[in-house]
Structures are given as C-alpha cells and as structure tokens.
Ligand binder design. Structure first.
Ligand SMILES: C[S@@+](CC[C@H](N)C(=O)[O-])C[C@H]1O[C@@H](n2cnc3c(N)ncnc32)[C@H](O)[C@@H]1O
Length: 517
C-alpha cells in the first residue's frame, strides 16, 4: 500500500516540525508499549532516539550537497530519520522520499503521521521489493533490523544470501544477521554517487561474517567514515548493542583513498579521529582497533598461539550437580577418590596466582571438587552405595541436560590435565581488575570449567619450563604485560561494555618481549 503527496514539509515551519517530532516520539512510545520486548526483538523494533537521528542527519549535511534529495529509509518504523531530515535540511529540496516498513503496527501509524508530507510509505518487506527504473535514491539513512541469523528460517536465509550476492556481490555467510542483507540488497536502490548512512551493530568490524561487508565497503563503494559509539554508552534505552554509523558513497574508491574512523563522544563531536588508508584496512581483521591504535607494523614477535595450545575448560553439563564443596562431599559420605580439584568461578579467585597446599589443592577460600567416575552403574550400586544414592537423586534432572544425557556414562567427565595458565575470557574492566581479561598462574592440580580458557604450553615451551623453572614466571609476566589495548582489540565488545575473547582471537594476541632462543 502506498501513500503519495508532494509537499514534504506540509507547510510546517521549524517549530511545527519540532512539535511533529514530539508527537512522533509519543506515538512511538505508545506503539512500543503495546508489544512485549520479545515481540520487538523479533523484528528489531528499537527506534533511533531523536538526538541520535539528528546527529546522524547533521553529518550528511556537512557533505555539502547541492543536488535535490531523493531519500529512502528501508526500515522506517515511525520515521525518526525522515523527521530529522525535514527539520535540518534547511533550504535543500526533497525531490522524492520513500520508506518501507514491514509491521503494520508501526507502519499504519506512520502513514497517518506523515500522511501530508509526501513520503511514499510501503507496508511491505523491503528485501522483497523491486526498484523500478526510476527508483534510485541519493540519500539512504537506515537503522536496519538486527535480526540474528539463528532467528532467520533456513529457506529465508537462502533467499537473502542469493539476493545479497546477486545485487552487491557480498557472499554473506550463514552467520550474517538481517541487517547485513539490508545493506547488501539496498545497493540496487542507490543512485551512482548517492550516499548511505547505516546505524548498525559494530560487530561486523571484527567477526568473520563481517568480512564480506568490509570487502564491499572497500572495493565496491567509497567508504567515507565509520563512527563507533563507546560500547559503555549504549545508544538505545531498550537494546543492548554496541553501535556504529557507517557512511559510504556509491562510487568506486579513488586510488589512495582514506577512511575517517571516529570514536567516543557523539557522532557529531567525536573525541578521537584518524584517517586510515584503504590499503591498510584491507589486511586488518579488527577494524575496531581504529581510531585508537595505529595500523599494525608487521611484527615478528611471538603470539599466544606460538606458545600455547588453548582449550576451553571442561563443560560438565550440570555444574551444580557435579561440582561440590569438600563439606558437602563429607556430609554425604561420598568417596573422595571420585573427586578431583576444580577451580571456582574467577569471582572467587582474588589475585592472578593460585598457590596450592602439599597435595596440590588450591589455597582458595572456595575449594571445589569435580565428581568424575567411570565405573559402571552396577559396580557403583554394589560397592559405593552413597555415591549410588547421589546419582539416583540426579537421574531425573539429568534427562533434561543435553550434555549429560548424550554421554555414554552420564557422570563421566572428559579427561583433562591441569593447565599452568588460565585466562578469564569474559569481563568488564572495573576498579579491581582494570583489564577485561586476566591471566592466572595456576600452581595447583585443579582443572577448570568452561568459565576459563586453559593455556597448555606447547612441547618446546614445556621443555624450556622443565629445564628452567623461572620460565613459568617469565611467561606469566609477559601475559600480564599485554597492553589493555591489545587485549581489547584482540577480542570483541558487546553493548554495556562486556568484553570477550574467543580462543581463536586470543591465539593471535602478540606476546611482546618473549623468546626461547
Ligand atoms: C531498528 S527499527 C528502526 C526504525 C526507525 N527507522 C528508527 O530508526 O527509529 C527497524 C524497523 O524495521 C522494520 N522491519 C523489520 N524487518 C523489515 C523488513 N523486512 N522490511 C521492512 N521493514 C522491516 C521493523 O518493524 C522496525 O520498525
């Protein structure tokens, strides 16, 4: 369904447009309140706040256009960007304006709200719309639906992937969310030389599914600017994501082109800014290191992967059943020989070093043990009645635990040696620990659950440690002197400031000053 008119301001002066924006915000809030957050999450219905929409539109104004505006917003909601554009465009003429909105809950109110402003609002799926010959736009601003890949049905994903590849040559992986396809598909709606501003989660800059988007941004169009908001300062009251605004022009990049990376502050007044050459961006896997860091000089220093085998701690499938305190084991008269020390969560490990008693038990306030037994049920029943009783108590619940029920012996854990180093791979820097991840020297025989990554020295390093015990301390010092920037850049950050580093990412972090020559 399409609505047409031609007076974009509807005769309104700036004061009236401001009132119209206030009215829009009120309607948006009313519409939001009629949906559960689960429903809003399904189509990613999180509106752009007025100040952010203005911030974004004001940047476009600095690009100093003389042309008339052909505007499109492929995920309109109630039209925050269109509203900001009307208020801020000054004397510039809007020649055409188009919008798509899939959900009539928002779309119908939008049509009502903008009924006299000439914008054509189509209540349909943007990814299924086909542009006519004259349907090209020179200004696209969009906060697309960030629907994660696991919420896109397989057949729909296939359709989107084919379409994205055909239109923009982006061969998006199955892990790409709907927002990536929105960017790819909208290429066909852009005029040559037209400008697009996308408000999207920052994740694409660092993760594998973003590789094809970055290739598109560097090769097919001219990437002008990426502003990344401080992940601690989430832009949406109701959705926890770390956001960026990506600006590009639909034209091949000139030779030697430089991209402006900005960070912190507002989009209009960023605190840090740096120009980075496209040739430096192409080999760089982690774009979020800009603008705070410089381009990497090729370095020959060792990385964590050169020194360690990295493994996740063990997954028991049911920690509260399998991990017990000594007191509980004694109270239940369980045979100690079926338990081995395991570390508590890193919350209960105050420093970066775990010492042990003469039996190798960690000297920590919270001492825990993992139940691990490979005997048959018959043998346990006849020889270890207290353990049998304990297992019987867990039998029903075990059937709801995927990992336990899929093991041949449901109470047998994977075998794992203690690791001399552990990494807490998820965290927020705080007054106690100012780095997001910690490297803990483990002098005990305790193993760890998957709250930790376990670092096992590779063969050559292990023999260096055996030959010269102070090597362990040398490595530990080196791990702890990894700069906060290298740690943060090596991993990823989620809205709300939670940092995480996956084993493959940790593997690439350099260990400056370490050698075994
Ligand atoms: C993040 S909101 C942005 C709304 C508005 N542009 C703003 O910035 O406030 C994304 C909007 O896209 C709509 N949407 C989701 N899937 C869509 C699709 N396939 N086609 C068109 N709109 C879609 C959602 O209903 C939602 O209103």
């Amino acid at each position: 369904m399409i609505w047409r008119n031609t007076d974009y301001n509807d005769g309104m002066n700036n004061e009236a447009l401001k009132d119209q924006e206030a009215h829009r915000v009120k309607i948006q809030a009313e519409l939001d309140s009629k949906k559960t957050s689960l429903e809003r999450n399904r189509l990613w219905q999180f509106a752009t706040p007025t100040s952010l929409a203005r911030d974004v539109v004001s940047y476009w104004l600095t690009l100093l256009w003389n042309e008339s505006i052909d505007f499109i917003d492929p995920a309109f909601g109630t039209g925050s960007f269109f509203s900001a554009l009307l208020q801020m465009k000054g004397g510039k003429e809007i020649r055409s304006a188009r919008a798509y909105e899939l959900d009539s809950h928002y779309g119908e109110s939008s049509m009502d709200l903008w009924r006299n402003h000439g914008i054509q609002i189509s209540l349909s799926d943007f990814t299924k719309a086909l542009p006519g010959k004259s349907d090209k736009f020179n200004l696209l601003i969009c906060n697309p639906p960030y629907v994660r890949h696991h919420h896109i049905p397989a057949q729909e994903k296939r359709r989107l992937r084919n379409l994205s590849e055909r239109i923009s040559w982006m061969r998006l992986s199955g892990l790409a969310g709907l927002h990536c396809h929105f960017m790819a598909i909208s290429h066909q709606w852009m005029k040559d030389g037209g400008v697009a501003g996308w408000l999207i989660p920052s994740g694409f800059m660092d993760v594998n599914y973003g590789v094809e988007m970055k290739r598109y941004l560097l090769e097919r169009v001219t990437l002008m600017r990426i502003h990344r908001f401080d992940p601690d300062d989430v832009q949406f009251d109701d959705a926890l994501v770390s956001s960026s605004v990506v600006w590009f022009k639909n034209a091949p990049p000139p030779v030697g082109h430089k991209v402006e990376f900005t960070f912190w502050g507002t989009h209009e007044n960023p605190h840090v800014s740096k120009m980075i050459e496209v040739s430096d961006l192409k080999p760089e896997a982690k774009w979020t290191r800009f603008p705070k860091s410089d381009t990497r000089s090729s370095t020959s220093c060792l990385t964590i992967a050169d020194v360690f085998e990295i493994r996740r701690g063990i997954a028991t499938g049911w920690n509260s059943f399998f991990v017990l305190s000594k007191e509980k084991i004694e109270n239940l008269w369980l045979p100690m020989k079926f338990f081995r020390p395991i570390l508590p969560s890193s919350r209960y490990v105050p420093g970066n070093r775990i010492d042990a008693d003469k039996n190798g038990i960690p000297l920590l306030e919270e001492q825990l043990f993992l139940l691990n037994c490979s005997l048959s049920e018959d043998k346990i029943r006849s020889e270890y009645p207290t353990l049998w009783k304990y297992l019987e108590n867990g039998r029903e619940e075990m059937k709801n635990r995927y990992l336990c029920k899929s093991r041949t012996i449901w109470y047998k854990q994977e075998s794992r040696a203690p690791a001399p180093f552990l990494c807490t791979y998820m965290g927020r820097p705080n007054s106690k620990h100012w780095k997001p991840f910690r490297f803990i020297l483990n002098r005990s025989v305790a193993i760890a659950t998957n709250n930790y990554l376990m670092l096992y020295p590779k063969a050559g390093v292990a023999s260096a440690i055996a030959g010269q015990p102070d090597t362990l301390d040398k490595i530990w010092n080196c791990l702890n002197s990894i700069s906060i920037d290298n740690l943060v850049e090596g991993g990823r950050v989620y809205g709300g400031g939670l940092h995480k580093v996956e084993p493959k990412e940790l593997a690439k972090i350099p260990l400056v000053g370490l050698d075994f020559a």
